[in-house]
Design a protein around this ligand. Structure first.
Ligand code: SAM
Ligand code: ZN
Length: 313
């Protein structure tokens, strides 16, 4: 079956979750390959197997070259500790879920490697009825994602104005990406989880030091953590940090996958490329939150249950 037909079938099976990003009315598949809302706003499926829900042109920082490098770095296994931990956290949740189908949205999914791997890991560990949905504002990112994995609904769109109805997702992951907690709260099921990954202050510090030699202030994620805590009940958080050595042939992709080298001199880039291997700090924080409305007295039990479950992760 062609990619566009696989995507179309997935959208037909999940059309109950979609709402027009322009007017918020229901959407339907109109033959052959368009999603159309009650007010005739139309979004076409690409033959590559994704839908573009953007309402106009946007400035996108993550281009094809960066996202291809990010995919290579992901395949290299650099992000495996994140993928493994998130898989474990989601498995805990879906083992207790009463919903017949579990929907997992990756908001700011980039080139889709994390979401594809998480879904693959989960499916290999049990017979779950899962549907992965990835959304990113970068068409290049979603285009790469859809070329690698056909079982996921891939959407080009703004995570601050998503094409989804209220209360659709059991899990929202948000990995190294911007967030919009108002929108996340809207589209999350009442018993859903938000799993956010943020860089720690030493994340890729060797690159930052190499490119900026102390000219830039130290990175701090204090504000990001604070904002998450203001918007969700934090059930669980973990700081994962260690050092790793990157083989020479992958160094250029580590440099290209982040904005850290932007504006730096060729000389400093060449210095990195000439190394036989690159020592890098892996440093990130995983946060798991649930809706704050769960603090209502009748939901206290639910909150306590979750807290104790995740406490022992
Ligand atoms: C650092 S990358 C992370 C990508 C992926 N989660 C990963 O960890 O490899 C940040 C991503 O956020 C996306 N992004 C930025 N603003 C966005 C928005 N308003 N809506 C959706 N995606 C956005 C970018 O296009 C980019 O793919
Ligand atoms: Zn509409």
């Amino acid at each position: 079956m062609k990619k566009i037909d696989i995507a179309k079938n997935l959208l037909i099976s999940n059309k109950d979750m979609l709402s027009c990003p322009k007017c918020h009315s229901n959407m339907f598949i109109k033959n052959p390959y368009s999603l159309i809302c009650q007010n005739n706003h139309c979004f076409d499926l690409s033959k590559r197997g994704y839908v573009n829900f953007l309402l106009g042109s946007v400035k996108v920082n993550y281009n094809k070259e960066m996202l291809n490098s990010r995919y290579i770095v992901s395949q290299y296994g650099f992000f495996n500790p994140i993928i493994d931990k998130i898989t474990q956290l989601i498995r805990k949740k879906i083992n207790t879920s009463k919903n017949s189908q579990v929907r997992i949205l990756d908001a700011g999914c980039g080139e889709g490697y994390h979401l594809s791997s998480i879904i693959k890991n989960l499916k290999s560990g049990g017979n779950y009825n899962l549907q992965g949905i990835g959304i990113d504002i970068s068409k290049d990112g979603i285009s790469i994602a859809s070329s690698h994995s056909k079982e996921i609904i891939w959407c080009v769109g703004d995570l601050a104005n998503t094409p989804y109805k209220n209360g659709q997702f059991d899990i929202i992951t948000n990995i190294f990406s911007p967030s919009n907690y108002f929108e996340f709260n809207r589209i999350l099921r009442d018993d859903g989880l938000v799993i956010k990954v943020v860089p720690g202050s030493n994340y890729l510090i060797e690159l930052r030091n190499g490119f900026y030699q102390g000219e830039k202030d130290n990175y701090s994620n204090e504000n990001v953590l604070q904002k998450f805590k203001e918007n969700f009940h934090v059930l669980y958080s973990e700081h994962i940090h260690h050092k790793t050595y990157v083989e020479k042939k992958y160094i250029k992709d580590f440099i290209k996958m982040t904005p850290l080298s932007w504006g730096s001199s060729n000389e400093s880039i060449v210095q990195f490329l000439n190394q036989d291997s690159l020592k890098l700090s892996v440093d990130f924080i995983i946060l798991v939150g649930i809706k704050q409305s769960k603090d209502q007295p009748e939901n206290k039990q639910f909150l306590e249950y979750y807290k104790s479950e995740y406490h022992h992760s």
